[in-house]
Write a protein that binds this ligand. Structure first.
Ligand SMILES: NC(=O)c1ccc[n+]([C@@H]2O[C@H](COP(=O)([O-])OP(=O)(O)OC[C@H]3O[C@@H](n4cnc5c(N)ncnc54)[C@H](OP(=O)(O)O)[C@@H]3O)[C@@H](O)[C@H]2O)c1
Length: 229
């Protein structure tokens, strides 16, 4: 039987590419996203189950994860991929924008892991991949809140890695540079994505990390060679 893997934020970009790559690799991905309409259309197009799930809503996580488990049985993997971008001088950000980034990128990742990890630990097997960012490896101006949301996940991922590996569960972090997705545009930011890697290239790496059953790929980072100009 195929291994079930939940992907959050799978209605575009890297998440959607992951659905295709996981399916091609023989896994049983579950496409989740915050827009019911997009989830419905894309799950039909990709031929995979789709579930509406806004990871910034703790109540939704509490309600939806048990529904997924009831419908699909044990979940082998979780890819915490949902994320939003915020860029600009810190003092110009509205408090609700700041909350939204932390609620989605940070608390969403932690609570999704909290909901699914116990089952993996009980079975002594499983995998959690957190999509972090090169923004959590160094400091640069104008991304303080996004960086904070991802630096928190860098710490979370590293600590859980050493806590869970002895129990058979691999918790890993993926730290990509620029990916050619709609993340910046959705945040109202213009970015030259000619130099970015494709979502498919990034997805291939994540599937490789998951596939290597005896390996914990701790902090996997990379960017397109075009991005070194
Ligand atoms: N693009 C880059 O250069 C880059 C670089 C490093 C790391 N990353 C990380 O890669 C991950 C994927 O981003 P992407 O580049 O593929 O961007 P994207 O195309 O904008 O995809 C982000 C996905 O997350 C979803 N999402 C946003 N808020 C959500 C919420 N509250 N609940 C559930 N889903 C939510 C979006 O849904 P909608 O379709 O409804 O908007 C979308 O499906 C993010 O964690 C991002 O931080 C991206």
């Amino acid at each position: 039987m195929s291994k079930t893997i939940i992907v959050t934020g799978a209605t575009s970009g890297l998440g959607l590419a992951l659905i295709g790559a996981l399916k091609a690799a023989g896994y049983a991905p579950i496409l989740t996203g915050r827009s019911a309409e997009k989830v419905r259309a894309l799950s039909a197009e990709m031929g995979v189950p789709g579930v509406t799930l806004d990871v910034s809503d703790p109540g939704a996580i509490q309600r939806v994860v048990p529904e997924i488990l009831a419908a699909h049985g044990p979940v082998h993997g979780l890819i915490n991929n949902a994320g939003i971008w915020l860029e600009g001088d810190f003092e110009t950000h509205r408090p609700e924008e700041i909350r939204s980034v932390i609620d989605t990128n940070t608390t969403g990742t932690i609570l999704m892991t909290h909901a699914l990890l116990p089952g993996m630990l009980a079975r002594g097997t499983g995998v959690v991949v957190n999509t972090v960012s090169t923004g959590a490896l160094y400091c640069r101006k104008l991304i303080s809140v996004y960086a904070a949301s991802k630096w928190a996940i860098r710490g979370f991922t590293g600590c859980l890695e050493v806590e869970c590996a002895p129990k058979g569960v691999r918790v890993m972090g993926f730290y990509p540079g620029k990916i050619d997705t709609q993340m910046y545009e959705s945040a109202g930011i213009e970015r030259d994505l000619e130099v970015a890697m494709s979502p498919e290239e990034a997805a291939k790496m994540v599937v490789f990390m998951i596939d290597q059953k005896d390996m914990v790929w701790s902090q996997v980072s990379g960017r397109s060679i075009r991005d070194y100009q």
